[in-house]
Design a protein around this ligand. Structure first.
Ligand code: ADP
Ligand code: MG
Ligand code: MG
Length: 252
């Protein structure tokens, strides 16, 4: 599904991703952890097609297609959920209208029939309840005046409604409280169906108490330096990143 080989990427002429390899197969949940400044968020941005990031070597493919040559819309059409695509505030456009347009645009691209207003309303209400947002959030302007935790819940609601096949989430620096973390975890867990894949980028092991990843990767200095199963996250929580070398001693 997602295949990254020897990826090198830079921003502002600074090499940040330096020879990264990652294979994500359908249904797998991969967690990416690592010390501060390792390049975790950069990896998320490169995959989601954010402007300003250039790839100098290696490649990344989504369903066999060169990801770096795909427009953001194409990535979405191929089933990728871009968590950072919709954080903007759009005052005056209701969250519900916006989501209905987005969902139906993707359905159309996939050759599926558009949802009727009633069908969408039902799904939206269910998703809203699932992420524990009051139903009036559907009527409010997109992200207008939402708190950090509400934006996060809204993002997970979008993920649920868009039914993507590959979700890339960056929960590194979001300073989420435990309730919001649980909403993220519950959103991911409820969408796990043996086919849908997730890459969960996180600085903290805590999120992985709720999301049981199939694989855990440690990213340091732009590449994956260690991979394992869920127990690797526990090891890091217990012993920190000291095993990466002296300069990481004491970092957890
Ligand atoms: P992480 O998410 O793992 O903490 P980041 O991907 O945010 O790390 O950053 C990796 C490195 O790249 C850091 O040293 C950071 O300062 C640097 N970096 C990130 N974005 C930029 C930028 N726009 N310009 C210059 N350096 C950047
Ligand atoms: Mg950081
Ligand atoms: Mg980060």
């Amino acid at each position: 599904m997602l295949s990254i080989k020897n990826l090198h990427a830079s921003v502002e002429e600074k090499d940040i991703i330096r020879g990264l390899n990652l294979e994500v197969k359908p249904g797998e949940v991969h967690a990416i952890m690592g010390p501060n400044g390792a390049g975790k968020s950069t990896l998320g941005y490169v995959l989601s097609g954010r402007e300003g990031y250039s790839v100098s070597e290696g490649d990344a493919t989504l369903n066999g297609k060169n990801l770096m040559e795909m427009e953001i819309e194409e990535r979405a059409r191929e089933g990728m959920f871009l968590a950072f695509q919709y954080p903007v505030e759009i005052p005056g456009v209701s969250n519900m209208e916006f989501m209905k347009e987005s969902v139906n645009a993707i359905r159309q691209q996939r050759g599926e029939e558009a949802l009727t207003a009633a069908e969408f309303l039902k799904k939206a209400k269910d998703a809203c309840k699932q992420v524990q947002l009051p139903l009036d959030f559907l009527k409010r302007g997109v992200n207008e005046g939402f708190s950090g935790g509400e934006k996060k819940r809204n993002e997970i609601m979008q993920m649920i409604l868009l039914e993507p096949s590959l979700c890339i989430l960056d929960e590194s620096d979001s300073g989420l409280d435990i309730d919001a973390l649980q909403v993220v975890a519950d959103g991911v867990n409820s969408q796990r169906d043996g086919k849908r894949s997730f890459v969960v980028i996180t600085h903290y092991q805590r999120l992985l108490d709720y999301i049981k990843p199939d694989f855990v990767h440690i990213l340091a200095e732009g590449k994956i330096v260690k991979s394992g199963d869920a127990s690797l996250a526990l090891e890091v929580e217990k012993s920190g990143y000291g095993f990466l070398g002296k300069k990481y001693e004491g970092e957890t």
